[in-house]
Design a binder for this molecule. Structure first.
Ligand code: PMP
Length: 439
C-alpha cells in the first residue's frame, strides 16, 4: 500500500536547497523512520491533516502536544483574530497577560508568580538561571532521556550512566558547561541519592519531567517524585518540574495536581516550566514558582530575563481560549475514553499478529514500544525495536494515520477525535501489523 505523496517529495527536494535539512526542527525529519520526505501539510482541521497531494490523515502528532483542541478550533481562531486586529505586538503590558497568569496560578498552586516567555526551551533555561541565582550554586541534576529543550545545559547526556558528569549531546557545547550537569536514571532514587551525596553542596536544582513525555509516556513509580523532592530539599537544592508537555495534558492542571499521584504537598516543585498547550498553538512558554524564588527575576532581582515577543497578545489570547475549552466538564474524560478504546484495539491487533508491543498510556496520550518488556526508564525505552517502529510508522502513514516520526514520541489525542477515527486507526494498525508480520 503506497499513497501518492509526489508533491511532498518535490517540496522536500526544494526545501533541502534553502532550509537546513529541509525542516525547521530536526524532529520533523523522517531520518529516524527510514528516511524519505516528511509530509508537507497544506492545512489542519480538527483531528485531521490534509497534505499538498490532498491526502487526508488522522493526526496523532498534535504538533508534539500543543494542539489538544484540534487544528483551527473556532474558539481559538476567533481569539487570535481578535487579538491580531488590535495589534499583534504592543511592547507594553496588557490585561490579557494578567488573565492568563491568574488562570495558570489557579490550576498550578505552586506558582505564586509567573513570567511569560516564547518557548519551552526559554522557560526551562530561565528556571535554571533563577535556581542558580537563588541558591548561589552551579550544578544541575537531570534524568537520562528527559528532554528539556535545546539550551546548552540541558542538551547534556540523555542516556549517560548513573551519576556521571555530563558529556554534551550536541557539538558547540563547551565541556566546561557540560561539567555542570549530572545525569542520573529516571525512576531510580538511588542514583539521585548517590549524585547528591557527591555533589549536593553545589547542586542548584534537580530538574525532571515529572511524567515523562520524551522517551514515550512514562509514569513516575510510586514514591519517586516524593523521594526526589525530599532528597533535593535535604541537600538545599531546588526542584524544577518541566511541565512543558504535561501541564493541561492529563487534566486541568499539571502533574503536581494530577489525581493519579498522591501527596500533592510532598511532590511540590519550587519552579515549574510551561509551554505548548498554554499557548493554544501559538509560540509560548512560561515559568513560575514561589514568590521568594521568583523575586530573583529582573526587575525585582539580579537574575536577568527579557523578551521582545514575550506575552504578546496573540499567544496569550490563544492560550486563554484553549484553557477555556479545556475547562469544560468532561473534556479529559472523553479523551481518556477514546484513548483506552484505541490502545486496547492496537494492543489486541499486535497480539493477534504476534508483534511484541508495550503500550504506556496516561489518560489521553500514550506511547508504543516495540518490545516485550515494560518501559519505565530510558534504558528500557532504548532497548526496543526501532526498525519495527519505523516500519509501523510508514505503514500507518500510507493508511492515513500520522504519528510522530520517532519511537520516543507520544501519540496525543485531541478533543476533536471521534469514535470513527479510533475505529479507523485500529483497522489501520491491524492491517499494518499484518503486513509487518510478513516482512
Ligand atoms: N521540555 C519538554 C518536556 C519538551 O517536551 C519540550 C519540547 N518538546 C521542551 C521542553 C522544549 O520546548 P520548545 O520546543 O517549545 O522550546
Amino acid at each position: 500500500m503506497q499513497m501518492n505523496r509526489s508533491k511532498s517529495e518535490q517540496y522536500y527536494a526544494e526545501a533541502l536547497e534553502h532550509i537546513v535539512g529541509g525542516v525547521n526542527s530536526p524532529s520533523r525529519s523522517f531520518k529516524a523512520v527510514g528516511g524519505g520526505a516528511p509530509v508537507f501539510m497544506k492545512r489542519g482541521q480538527g483531528a485531521y491533516f490534509y497534505d499538498e497531494d490532498d491526502n487526508k490523515y488522522i493526526d496523532y502528532l498534535a504538533a508534539y502536544g500543543p494542539i489538544i483542541t484540534g487544528h483551527a478550533h473556532p474558539h481559538i481562531t476567533k481569539a487570535i483574530t481578535e487579538a491580531a486586529s488590535n495589534g499583534t505586538l504592543l511592547g507594553t503590558p496588557t490585561v490579557l497577560e494578567i488573565k492568563l497568569a491568574k488562570m495558570l496560578k489557579e490550576a498550578i498552586p505552586s506558582m505564586d508568580k509567573v513570567r511569560f516567555v516564547n518557548s519551552g526551551t526559554e522557560a526551562v533555561m530561565t528556571t535554571i538561571r533563577v535556581a542558580r541565582a537563588y541558591t548561589k550554586r552551579n550544578k544541575i541534576i537531570k534524568f537520562a532521556g528527559n528532554y528539556h529543550g535545546h539550551s546548552d545545559l540541558v542538551l547534556v547526556a540523555a542516556g549517560s550512566g548513573p551519576s556521571t558528569l555530563g558529556i554534551p549531546d550536541s557539538a558547540g557545547i563547551p565541556a566546561s558547561i557540560a561539567q555542570e550537569v549530572i545525569t542520573v536514571p529516571y525512576n531510580d532514587l538511588s542514583g539521585l541519592e548517590e549524585a547528591l551525596k557527591k555533589w549536593g553542596h553545589d547542586v542548584a536544582a534537580v530538574m525532571v519531567e515529572p511524567i515523562v513525555g520524551n522517551f514515550g509516556m512514562v509514569m513516575p513509580k510510586p514514591g519517586f517524585l516524593e523521594g526526589l523532592c525530599k532528597l533535593a530539599h535535604d541537600h538545599g537544592a531546588l526542584v524544577i518540574y518541566d511541565e512543558v508537555i504535561t501541564a493541561f495534558r492529563f487534566h486541568y492542571g499539571s502533574t503536581q495536581t494530577y489525581a493519579g499521584l498522591d501527596n500533592h504537598d510532598l511532590i511540590k516543585p519550587d519552579l515549574t516550566a510551561l509551554g505548548k498547550i498554554i499557548g493554544g498553538g501559538l509560540p509560548i512558554g512560561a515559568y513560575g514558582g514561589s514568590k521568594e524564588v521568583m523575586e530573583q527575576v529582573a526587575p525585582l532581582g539580579p537574575a536577568y530575563q527579557a523578551g521582545t515577543m514575550a506575552g504578546n497578545p496573540a499567544s496569550i489570547s490563544a492560550g486563554i481560549a484553549c484553557l477555556e475549552v479545556l475547562s469544560q466538564p468532561g473534556v479529559y474524560e472523553e479523551m481518556e475514553r477514546l484513548t483506552i478504546k484505541l490502545t486496547e484495539g492496537i494492543q489486541a491487533a499486535a497480539d493477534r499478529h504476534g508483534i511484541p508491543l508495550t503500550i504506556n498510556r496516561v489518560r489521553g496520550s500514550f506511547s508504543t514500544h516495540f518490545c516485550d518488556h515494560p518501559v519505565t526508564d530510558y534504558e528500557e525505552a532504548q532497548d526496543t525495536d526501532g526498525e519495527a517502529f519505523a516500519s509501523f510508522f510508514q505503514h500507518m502513514l500510507n493508511r492515513g494515520v500520522h504519528l510522530a516520526p520517532s519511537k520516543y514520541e507520544a501519540w496525543f489525542l485531541t478533543t476533536e477525535h471521534t469514535d470513527a477515527d479510533i475505529e479507523a486507526t485500529i483497522a489501520a494498525a491491524d492491517s499494518s501489523f499484518e503486513a509487518m508480520a510478513k516482512e
